[in-house]
Design a protein around this ligand. Structure first.
Ligand SMILES: [Zn+2]
Length: 217
């Protein structure tokens, strides 16, 4: 219900899930239900194969994508998917979002990856299931760790983000949208804007992460 409040989705776009690792299930938004009408009882409980185990409503059409990520990434506890405008525009442009400034570096040390579009065989097969592998394969190919890079653009589609909890996954969706908007404006103001230099990337990331972090209380 935070997604429309944060301006990240309209109507019934997008979905969020939260996993219980011990029970190997996750709760996900029901398909096509407006955010204002969501209640705990309407959430659908699904196993990591994508089978509904509890709930009367049909789960989100993207459920199999969530199931694949939970199955392969044991350290995550939440996933958020939006069609937020700026991040989706980068996804449609099939471009990684360059790391231009310290807002980006506070959260990631690399460009936000954009997974290449799926080939026709995968689209015609189990599309949502294959979207999960599209995400996993992109990180693997770019040698990125899902515990460090918690967001991605799915080419031609839109962003997915994740985290240790559903709250963190939604937070990451908001961060990604801000980074996407700032990067777009940066390129409008200066089409030749350079990527942030390595010393500033390291400094800002390490202020917030790792053993020597000193951001916050
Ligand atoms: Zn979508």
């Amino acid at each position: 219900m935070q997604l429309p409040r944060l301006g990240l989705v309209m109507f019934t776009f997008g979905n969020v899930s939260a996993a219980d690792k011990d029970l190997a299930v996750f709760a996900i938004k029901p398909s096509g239900v407006p955010y204002q009408k969501l209640t705990p009882a309407k959430m659908v409980i699904v196993d990591f194969e994508g089978n509904t185990v509890k709930g009367k409503l049909r789960p989100s059409s993207d459920t199999k994508t969530h199931a694949v990520l939970y199955k392969h990434w044991p350290a995550i506890g939440g996933i958020s998917h939006t069609h937020s405008i700026y991040a989706t525009a980068w996804a449609q442009s099939l471009r990684d979002i360059p790391i231009f400034g310290t807002t980006h570096a506070d959260h990631n040390t690399v460009d936000i990856p954009c997974a290449p579009p799926m080939d026709d065989r995968m689209i015609q097969g189990d599309y949502e299931y294959q979207t999960g592998f599209q995400i996993i394969d992109c990180l693997t190919e770019k040698k990125l760790n899902y515990e460090e890079v918690e967001m991605i653009l799915v080419g031609n589609h839109a962003p997915f983000s994740w985290g240790k909890t559903a709250e963190k996954a939604v937070y990451n969706s908001g961060v990604l949208e801000s980074i996407a908007q700032m990067a777009w404006l940066t390129e409008q103001i200066n089409p030749k804007a350079a990527r942030l230099k390595e010393a500033l990337i390291r400094k800002h990331y390490e202020r917030k992460h790792g053993p020597d972090s000193y951001y916050g209380q």
